[in-house]
Ligand binder design. Structure first.
Ligand code: SER
Length: 319
C-alpha cells in the first residue's frame, strides 16, 4: 500500500491535495503535516495529521519512519510577496526545508514532488510563450530559492536516484483555502469580492498578464506527474504547466458575463507589480504535454463559472 506524506497540508494546495489523495489511496495512507495553522475538521477527521517544522529535519524523519512513507508531496513554502518581506524565513523554509525533505527522502527511499513556480523566471527571460528551457535569472528571493530547489531536486535524482518531480505552477485560483502572501492572490480575491460586494480594487494594473490555473487542474498535474512513466521524463524538475494567461481586466470581463454590475478599479502595490512584471505573460508547456500528457480541463470561462457558483453556495450556506 502506498504511504504518502503531505507537508504544508493546511495550505492552499495541501488542504485540497490531501483530501484528493485520501480519496485515491485511502485515508490511512495519506499523512497530513502542517506547521502553525490548525487543520479544519474535514482535514483533521479524514486521516492522520501531525505538526512538523520542515526546517527541523528530525520532525520530518520521525513521520517518514513512523508511517513508512514512500512518497512526499512537499508543499510547505513561503510565497513571493511574504518572502520579500521576510527573506530569512523565505530562505529557511523554501531552501532548507526542501533540502531536509530531500535528505530524508534519500535516507528512506522516498519519491518527492515539489512545486516550483513561474517565479523561477525573471526580466531577462522571454516573457511571451516562455520556453521550458530558457534563462532563469529571477529577481525575487522566492524565485532564487525555487531555482535552487529545482537544481537540488535534479541533483538528488542524478546523484542518489531520488525520484524527484515537480511543476512550475502559475498563479493558482481556488475557493476552499485562501493563498497567503503571493503575487497572484488577486485572482482569488477578485472572485470572492465579486460575489460578496460586486466590486474589487486590484493591486496589479490593467494589462498585467500572468499564467493562471484552477485548483482541480493543479491537483491533477501533481498526481499525474507522480504517476507518469519515468522513462518518458526528460525534465523532472520542473515542468512548465499552465491553463490560461489572464490579466485583471480579462478576469473582470469574464466575471461581468455572470455578474453584470461587477466593477473593478485599481490601486497599485509597487512591490507586487514589480514582481508580476518580472514573470512570464504566458508559458509554453509543450514539454509537459509531450512527456506526461498534461492537459488542463479549465479555461478562464469554465473556471469562472465554476468558482462563482461554488463561492455563492459557500456564502449562502457557511459550514
Ligand atoms: N503564486 C505564487 C506567488 O504569487 C507563485 O508561485 O507567490
Amino acid at each position: 500500500m502506498k504511504k504518502v506524506l503531505v507537508t504544508g497540508a493546511t495550505g492552499q494546495i495541501g488542504s485540497e491535495l490531501t483530501l484528493l489523495l485520501r480519496e485515491n489511496l485511502g485515508s490511512a495512507g495519506v499523512i497530513a503535516a502542517g506547521h502553525i495553522k490548525k487543520p479544519d475538521s474535514v482535514l483533521r477527521e479524514s486521516g492522520p495529521f501531525h505538526y512538523i517544522d520542515c526546517t527541523q529535519i528530525d520532525t520530518i524523519a520521525e513521520l517518514v519512519k513512523k508511517y513508512k512513507v514512500d512518497t512526499i508531496y512537499h508543499l510547505a513554502a513561503v510565497l513571493s510577496a511574504s518572502a520579500e518581506k521576510n527573506l530569512q524565513l523565505g530562505w529557511q523554509v523554501n531552501v532548507n526545508g526542501l533540502y531536509n525533505v530531500l535528505e530524508v527522502a534519500r535516507e528512506y527511499g522516498c519519491a518527492v514532488f515539489t512545486p516550483s513556480s513561474v517565479a523561477i523566471f525573471g526580466p531577462s527571460t522571454p516573457l511571451q510563450n516562455t520556453p521550458q528551457d530558457t534563462v532563469q535569472r529571477p529577481t525575487t528571493i522566492y524565485g532564487v530559492a525555487k531555482v535552487a530547489g529545482e537544481l537540488l531536486c535534479d541533483y538528488y535524482f542524478k546523484r542518489f536516484g531520488v525520484d524527484t518531480r515537480g511543476v512550475r505552477y502559475p498563479g493558482l485560483i481556488s475557493y476552499k483555502t485562501p493563498p497567503g502572501g503571493g503575487t497572484t492572490d488577486y485572482a482569488v480575491e477578485i472572485y470572492f469580492e465579486a460575489v460578496r460586494n460586486k466590486r474589487y480594487t486590484c493591486y496589479l494594473k490593467e494589462g498585467t498578464y500572468l499564467d493562471m490555473m484552477y485548483m482541480p487542474d493543479a491537483l491533477k498535474a501533481a498526481v499525474e506527474l507522480m504517476e507518469a512513466d519515468p522513462g518518458r521524463l526528460k525534465h523532472r524538475n520542473a515542468f512548465n504547466v499552465t491553463a490560461m494567461s489572464a490579466a485583471p481586466e480579462t478576469i473582470a470581463s469574464e466575471i461581468k458575463k455572470l455578474i453584470p454590475d461587477f466593477a473593478i478599479d485599481y490601486q497599485i502595490d509597487p512591490l507586487r507589480q514589480a514582481i508580476a512584471d518580472s514573470w512570464p505573460d504566458s508559458m509554453d508547456d509543450s514539454a509537459s504535454r509531450q512527456e506526461w500528457d498534461w492537459k488542463p480541463e479549465y479555461d478562464l470561462q469554465a473556471m469562472t463559472r465554476d468558482i462563482i457558483q461554488n463561492i455563492s453556495q459557500m456564502l449562502e450556506n457557511p459550514s
